[in-house]
Design a protein around this ligand. Structure first.
Ligand SMILES: Nc1ncnc2c1ncn2[C@@H]1O[C@H](COP(=O)(O)OP(=O)(O)OP(=O)(O)O)[C@@H](O)[C@H]1O
Length: 243
């Protein structure tokens, strides 16, 4: 079974086509990076895959469940770590984790146990009693991803997971994300091409709502006759930049 698949997936807002007939499949356990300039359609695509925005046309499935007809099932098996971290500033780090676990229906004891596990995995145990607003940007990102993972989703969407982080914090987060590789299906959006190259099994490049290329970094470079992912990206998104 594929982790995520889309067929002719389209979203139109009045005269603007945000996502234009996308068809692709992401294997179960694959780490997939969705790249594109601002306004290329990444967020709209992810919102449709999460059942948050209704497609104008086409269809999509998450672990075999249709995102429109089986929205509840889709929401139960995926989770999202959004661009703006969804951390409650006034709650402690541990409380944030337990709250999400409880929202997902875990018992108090289970929620506590999972929160401790996440604190350990994400190296936040020492800060567990601190209010979330006191954490550094890197720690808040780690907490945000830990919160998305506490429900043990089969599919995880990571929207710009390392936005605004310094080099060291970014590398630390890459390591944590890498450890998830193969265990769950991950769709990650990023503006950092080196992040996509470091983490993703395959990369999709969106421009003007269309998938301009899909494959490994090497395949995309070969298909565009370029020597780096950055050059390939610039070549594939040129049309949009001058439109
Ligand atoms: N609710 C909406 N109503 C009208 N137009 C929208 C709406 N949401 C998105 N759009 C338009 O759809 C297009 C794609 O937007 P989207 O947010 O998906 O891009 P993105 O690739 O995620 O960009 P970014 O990198 O800036 O986050 C843009 O032209 C945007 O203005």
């Amino acid at each position: 079974m594929n982790g995520v698949e889309a067929s002719g997936l389209t979203k139109r807002y009045k005269e603007r086509t945000a996502v234009d007939a996308l068809s692709f499949a992401i294997g179960e356990g694959e780490m997939f990076a969705l790249l594109g300039q601002n306004g290329a359609g990444k967020t709209t695509t992810i919102k449709m895959l999460c059942g948050l925005v209704r497609p104008t046309a086409g269809e999509a499935r998450v672990m075999g469940h249709d995102v429109v007809r089986e929205t509840a099932a889709v929401k139960a098996i995926l989770n999202v770590s959004p661009q703006e971290t969804a951390v409650a500033a006034k709650l402690t780090v541990r409380e944030n984790l337990e709250l999400i676990a409880r929202i997902y229906g875990l018992s108090r004891a289970e929620a506590k146990a999972r929160a401790e596990e996440m604190l350990r995995v994400f190296a936040l145990t020492e800060r567990a009693g601190d209010r979330a607003k006191k954490l550094s940007g890197g720690m808040q990102r780690r907490l945000s991803i830990a919160m998305a993972l506490i429900s043990r989703p089969a599919v995880l969407f990571l929207d710009e997971p390392t936005l605004g982080l310094d080099v060291r914090a970014r590398r630390a987060l890459w390591k944590l994300i890498e450890e998830l590789k193969g265990r769950i299906t991950i769709v990650l959006t990023t503006h950092y091409l080196e992040e996509a190259e470091a983490l993703a099994d395959r990369i999709g490049i969106l421009s003007g709502g269309r998938m301009k290329a899909l494959g490994t970094a090497a395949e995309i470079e070969a298909a565009t006759g370029t020597a780096s992912l950055e050059e390939a990206f610039l070549a594939l998104t040129e049309e949009e930049a001058t439109a």
